[in-house]
Write a protein of this length. Structure first.
Length: 381
């Protein structure tokens, strides 16, 4: 979405093609873009299995529709996440260039818990590597991902992908008016901790709950009453994992007896996100080995310090002890960092100012857009 907005701002005619689009569950910016769909008739899974295979088939179907039935002409195709469509796009009557933005190798996002799963994944892993190598230009979202790319795709050792950091569209944060935070949490709290992540197990939201429980043992009764945690995240009833993980988190919250200190917010609005970022003490970012992670940038731009796991993208976005804290993915370590904000409320302001300055300097949408535009221009030449 950021790529589409950035290229359109530079005079490019941009269309987004996707198998499925629900304006109510997508970034608000998409409502101002030309979004078209094809291939939604293909299932996302077969009896809850085969998600990767179905994703590849849906993208191949989408690419065929774009080439044969859409009636549209393009100069460059920009793809991300699923590379299976690239060889199809190269079949265009007049050869078009393809730019592939690799968030992370898909084959590393699943476990091979059985021989049958390994057998099922083998051709998909080969397909991902082979089709990724067919792109005319490959970009990755961080130096961390660039290293993983080289280690994973052995046959592509001759390719050195360029790093293009995701940007933050600050317009949303500068123009949206916050709502009353009392409409989100039951009572205004002095120390509001916030987690923003999809309801997926790999996001490790359980760490935030366990850290909150650990923090309870470090505070007196009065301090504990002033603490609250909001778990805000994308939630789609069509995604089985979202439903299951939400229920798991609710059960753990009850088991730890921290229910009064926790609010679950599913599929929140931009207004709610801005409100929470405007009122929170700091943001807890719990996934490990995250490819990059846009949430820390959003938090820092809103002058919210970030407590994140010391691996993956946050190592490149968060400066430890300056814009937040980088910790091992252990409840005790997160709790220690959270306690620092309770003991020293001024820490939020100091780190918040430093965080916003870092985002403006290094991760602006202007820098992202200009660099992406140059890549597209080089492909057209």
């Amino acid at each position: 979405v950021d790529a589409a907005v950035a290229l359109r701002a530079r005079g490019c005619r941009v269309q987004i093609w996707t198998p499925r689009y629900d304006p109510a569950r997508c970034f608000s910016e998409t409502r101002q873009l030309e979004v078209r769909t094809a291939g939604s008739w293909l299932p996302r899974s077969i009896l809850g299995r085969g998600h990767a295979l179905c994703a590849a088939l849906r993208m191949i179907c989408l690419a065929l529709h774009v080439l044969l039935l859409s009636g549209e002409e393009f100069d460059v195709f920009v793809c991300d996440q699923v590379s299976a469509c690239i060889p199809v796009l190269r079949l265009a009557r007049t050869r078009k260039k393809v730019l592939f933005y690799c968030h992370f190798p898909d084959q590393l996002l699943t476990k091979r818990e059985s021989f049958m799963k390994s057998l099922y994944r083998a051709p998909l892993d080969w397909l991902e590597e082979y089709t990724t190598g067919m792109a005319d230009c490959i970009l990755v979202n961080s130096h961390f991902t660039a290293t993983v790319f080289k280690e994973t795709f052995k046959s592509l050792s001759h390719i050195n992908p360029d790093v293009l950091y995701p940007s933050l569209n600050i317009t949303t944060f500068d123009t949206i008016i916050p709502v009353d935070v009392a409409s989100i949490i039951p009572k205004r709290k002095k120390f509001l901790f916030l987690s923003i992540n999809r309801y997926e197990r790999k996001k490790n939201l359980m760490l935030a709950l366990e850290a909150l429980h650990d923090l309870r043992g470090r505070l007196n009764a009065q301090e504990w009453r002033e603490v609250h945690l909001v778990l805000a995240g994308g939630y789609d009833k069509a995604v089985k994992e979202n439903i299951e993980y939400y229920e798991e988190l609710k059960l753990v919250t009850d088991k730890l007896n921290i229910g009064e200190q926790v609010t679950f917010l599913r599929s929140f609005s931009d207004e709610q996100k801005i409100t929470l970022l405007s009122n929170c003490t700091c943001v807890l970012y719990t996934p490990s080995n995250e490819h990059f992670g846009i949430v820390p940038l959003e938090a820092m731009y809103m002058k919210c310090p970030v407590i994140a796991v010391n691996s993956g993208g946050p190592l490149e976005s968060v400066i430890n002890n300056v814009t937040g804290f980088l910790c091992e993915p252990l409840p005790a370590q997160f709790a220690v960092a959270m306690e620092k904000f309770v003991r020293d409320p001024a820490l939020k302001r100091t780190m918040g100012v430093a965080g916003k300055a870092r985002v403006v300097e290094k991760f602006s949408s202007e820098a992202f857009g200009e660099k992406l535009y140059q890549y597209v221009q080089n492909l057209i030449k």
